[in-house]
Write a new protein. Structure first.
Length: 179
């Protein structure tokens, strides 16, 4: 009978332990989702005080992945060298506008995408009657959030995102002999 109790205990542990681990992981995911939304909302609150993407890349460099930061800085440098011609971004990549920003940007829905998190940001109000939606993509590296991309208009097309736009602009500059 003693062996039967050990067998039963082992079987119960085999059943209960994976369920408790799954529950803990689900709790962690909702915490990361909340932290992702907080990270994004905090960035937008700061950014709206003086919306300039070059300033964000300087003052909040650690908020961007190394790849995204390099692409943004390269684009900005190319634009500065070519004052007579638009060779880089001609819109604010974080607000998805080349007009006055909305009065407020609210981070809301968070969706997991592979190992990253998509945070829906809706801009509204101010002197604008339209509505803007931006979806920053956030990755977590060693417990720290970083933007890895920004998606636009529900990103139905594969190139409706900042990294794709920056790549296209870079390729056009190379093709045109602009460094």
């Amino acid at each position: 009978m003693l062996i039967d109790r050990w067998v039963v205990a082992a079987l119960m542990a085999a059943i209960i332990y994976p369920a408790s681990c799954a529950s803990a992981q689900a709790g962690d995911a909702s915490g990361i989702e909340k932290d992702s939304r907080t990270f994004v909302q905090s960035f937008y609150k700061w950014y709206l005080t003086n919306p300039r993407s070059d300033r964000a890349c300087k003052d909040k460099a650690s908020s961007f992945s190394p790849e995204l930061l390099k692409q943004l800085n390269d684009d900005y440098a190319a634009s500065q060298k070519s004052k007579d011609e638009v060779v880089g971004l001609d819109f604010d990549p974080f607000l998805n506008t080349n007009a006055e920003p909305h009065a407020k940007y609210i981070a809301s829905k968070v969706t997991k995408k592979n190992h990253n998190y998509l945070v829906q940001v809706d801009g509204s109000g101010g002197n604008r009657a339209d509505h803007t939606r931006i979806i920053p993509e956030v990755a977590w590296k060693t417990g720290k959030a970083q933007f890895v991309n920004f998606h636009y208009d529900g990103f139905k097309a594969p190139d409706d995102n900042l990294l794709s736009i920056l790549k296209t602009l870079r390729n056009n500059r190379v093709k045109d002999g602009i460094k």
